[in-house]
Design a binder for this molecule. Structure first.
Ligand code: SF4
Ligand code: SF4
Length: 194
């Protein structure tokens, strides 16, 4: 049987050159701009159109834009949205003795989203739900900190998703304060911020 050639290992030139080449990479990198983000100590702003946590928006008088149509839930490929609609009932919200009764107007449509949940264990933040929403009730914020140590707390309720009341808004239920159905439908209110 013929002798196999013996492995002589790296040549002297390779032994000298390899460390120089290796440290060359190290030194070049030392003077480059650092790209590591120091999260969570430093939080950098996201891109303006980043898809983060959802928000349920309001009209300028505080009424909810969501009309409980469930189109967002049907559009969701991850089955992450649960909506239960209910009728808006114009009229008093308390009886003659001042006790609360099941009536009131929460949105400017016929119906409103009585129950609205988004399950962030399922949501892939694709944005198809906000595309489907006919009233722009549902949009996405830039908020991305959606981790938690409890599964239950990652199912966001309507109260977690509703936009805060801004100055000039009233907590629903209340009447349509800015005009009739058409005004809300077109979003044209004289003297009101939108
Ligand atoms: S962003 Fe996508 S996955 Fe998340 S709730 Fe909307 S449609 Fe569903
Ligand atoms: S958020 Fe929009 S699409 Fe979803 S139920 Fe409300 S109005 Fe309909």
């Amino acid at each position: 049987m013929a002798d196999q050639p013996r492995d002589k290992g790296p040549s002297l030139k390779e032994q000298l050159w390899d460390p120089v080449a290796g440290f060359g990479v190290t030194f070049r990198t030392m003077f480059r701009k650092v790209v590591t983000e120091q999260y969570p100590k430093e939080k950098l702003p996201t891109a303006p159109r980043f898809h983060g946590r959802h928000q349920l928006n309001r009209w300028p008088d505080g009424l909810e834009k969501c009309v409980g149509c469930e189109l967002c839930a049907w559009a969701c490929p991850a089955d992450a949205i649960y909506v239960e609609g209910a009728e808006n009932l114009d009229g008093p919200t308390t009886d003659a003795d001042g006790n609360p009764v099941q009536s009131g107007r929460y949105s400017a449509g016929e119906r409103y989203g009585r129950v609205y949940q988004i399950n962030y264990l399922r949501c892939i933040l694709c944005g198809l739900c906000i595309e489907a929403c006919p009233t722009r009730a549902l949009t996405m914020t830039n908020e991305y900190e959606l981790a938690d140590d409890s599964r239950a707390s990652l199912i966001y309720e309507k109260s977690d998703l509703l936009a805060p009341l801004l100055p000039g808004m009233e907590q629903p239920p209340h009447a349509m304060l800015l005009g009739n159905d058409d005004d809300y439908y077109r979003g044209e209110f004289k003297g009101a911020e939108q």
